[in-house]
Design a protein around this ligand. Sequence first.
Ligand SMILES: Nc1ncnc2c1ncn2[C@@H]1O[C@H](COP(=O)(O)OP(=O)(O)OP(=O)(O)O)[C@@H](O)[C@H]1O
Ligand SMILES: [Mg+2]
Length: 365
Amino acid sequence: MGVEVSVEGLTKSFGSQRIWQDVSLTLPAGEVSALLGPSGTGKSVFLKSLIGLLRPEQGSIIIDGTDILQCSSKDLYEIRKLFGVLFQDGALFGSMNLYDNVAFPLREHTKKSESDIRKIVMSKLELVGLLGAEDKLPGEISGGMRKRAGLARALVLDPEIILVDEPDSGLDPVRTTYISQTLIDINAEIDATILIVSHNINLARTVPDNIGMLFRRQLVMFGPREVLLTSDEPVVKQFLNGTMIGPIGMSEEKDEAQMAHEQALVDAGHHAGGVEDVEGIVPQMQATPGMPVRQAVGRRQDRVRQILHTLPPAAQAAIVESLDGEGAATAYPEHDYREHDYRDDDTQVIPAYSPEGYDQPHGMK
Ligand SMILES: Nc1ncnc2c1ncn2[C@@H]1O[C@H](COP(=O)(O)OP(=O)(O)OP(=O)(O)O)[C@@H](O)[C@H]1O
Ligand SMILES: [Mg+2]
């Protein structure tokens, strides 16, 4: 099973520019999580921080018992071997063909024979639909193909933790769905801990077990998918619906006057963008029939059962409804999910997931 990644109180700045602060979340071992957020909120910076490519100035990142912000560079080198990473730009070597790009980590980190390497490289290229393109240089293929080649390269070492930065960017909607299916199947096959950074709402609604969102230098929330997908937070609703109405603007800061002006335009009949009202939960994608059972499903059910009472009521209702066919009444005979101890006070604090439960508030201030 993949390893847990536990982030506590993480803060990152570049010079005087604060990117995000006090970010705490745990990527549960072997589950698929997604990090959403408008452009420029620091999702890629977060991902690079997790593998020690960027160094947050405060907080801890515990991976397999080691805080990578405190450990030696030798230990960091070992920890990095647990990762497979798809960077936002694919990060392929421009002078190497796709075959050599995908083979690179195997040649660098293992003593496998070229014939073993060939088997692995071809199977990963097949997985991402690139068989036949292995002789092409990155400059000779489309952006979406580069992205898929980057994913193949991220997978060759069968990593325990897979980070993918916008796997859908540059892909058409059908290929995006294939990539979504591939990520779920990989999770079923190698039980890796997966973090997907994405803007893609379809992917966010159907793939991850857990979802988080960055906005205005804060982690707005992080937890089981049902929490974000049933959230009433204006920023979440606007993001899921892709409309102009809400706190997200073209630039990071959008003031009250701008919001009022846009609302007035819409009230007068102007199209606010977005095509449908995205509401509530849709079923999660499953591993392709014939794949191993996705172990994360059962583990997540046990986990959310334990923290159920701490979640917002709408999320509780959705989780209870989805629980393994037992139904709410039999699964929780004495539990009334409408009576909850979820904090819903004036400050609109939405707790983020921590191993102990939703007891550590991290919300929009
Ligand atoms: N190496 C760096 N040096 C200085 N600033 C940086 C560096 N990397 C990122 N930034 C800044 O950090 C902020 C967040 O960037 P990041 O790439 O993480 O955003 P993002 O959420 O991934 O956006 P997108 O959705 O567009 O990919 C940006 O303002 C960016 O300019
Ligand atoms: Mg990015």
